[in-house]
Design a protein around this ligand. Structure first.
Ligand code: DC
Length: 226
């Protein structure tokens, strides 16, 4: 069975993280979380005292970023220069930082080679916003995962509430609309579905239903099917 490059793109809150992780585990593939790479650049910038709008200096940091991923049980651990930064990069401040640094063309260009190198051998599920369009345009299996704004807001609200973070559903929905607007209209690698990506509208599906569909498609492709 060939080991493919599988890409999963889509907007915030569409369930990409859960689906990508389960799919990688079922296939015995690695998981390349490109959002975590942008988060790591934001963290590296903060530590080096580089502002999140300083494209040239952030690009220098990005060019020498030593990042590594490995499953530890159910958790995809992220290492930066040998240090486990899985927790730090998920802090709300780093979400904000990642959103800012990912809009800078210099940073995106500097990370292109790194992402390609990390996925080049295949046997990998790559998750992000532009991985099927820009990073791996020749990937053998591409998916674009989405859901309605209301459903994505509901999921995000449930997730935050379960984590003990008091939030307002209307506010959560507004944030998602704002983020969609920023992601789809930015000049550098905006979020869009690749022409050859399979569109999955997941509003009425649970995560395992989506993973079943993706797994069947990938296995068929790996066996030489359509
Ligand atoms: O998926 P995430 O929330 O961890 O992504 C963090 C930020 O990085 C988010 O603002 C979108 C951005 N990103 C990107 O621009 N391109 C990618 N391939 C992945 C993430």
């Amino acid at each position: 069975m060939r080991r493919l490059i599988v890409t999963i793109d889509g907007p915030a809150g569409a369930g990409k993280s859960t689906v990508s992780k389960r799919l990688a585990q079922r296939l015995g593939y690695r998981l390349l979380d490109t959002g975590a790479i942008y988060r790591a650049v934001a963290l590296a910038g903060r530590r080096a005292g580089v502002a999140w709008d300083d494209g040239p200096r952030l690009a220098e940091l990005a060019a020498v970023l030593e990042i590594d991923f490995a499953f530890e049980g159910d958790v995809n651990r992220v290492q930066l220069g040998g240090e486990d930064v899985s927790r730090q990069i998920r802090e709300p401040e780093m979400s904000q930082g990642a959103s800012l640094v990912s809009a800078l063309p210099e940073v995106r260009a500097a990370l292109l080679e790194l992402q390609r190198r990390l996925g080049a051998q295949g046997g990998v599920v790559v998750e992000g916003r532009d991985v099927g369009t820009v990073v791996f345009p020749h990937a053998e299996a591409k998916f674009f995962l989405t859901a309605t704004v209301d459903e994505r807001a509901r999921r995000r609200f449930a997730e935050l509430t379960a984590a003990g973070k008091p939030v307002d559903l209307d506010e959560t929905r507004r944030e998602i609309v704002e983020r969609d607007e920023r992601d789809t209209t930015r000049a550098a690698a905006p979020l869009r579905q690749a022409d050859d990506a399979l569109l999955i509208e997941s509003s009425a599906l649970d995560a395992d239903g989506v993973v079943d569909l993706l797994e069947r498609t990938v296995r068929a492709r790996a066996a030489g099917g359509p």
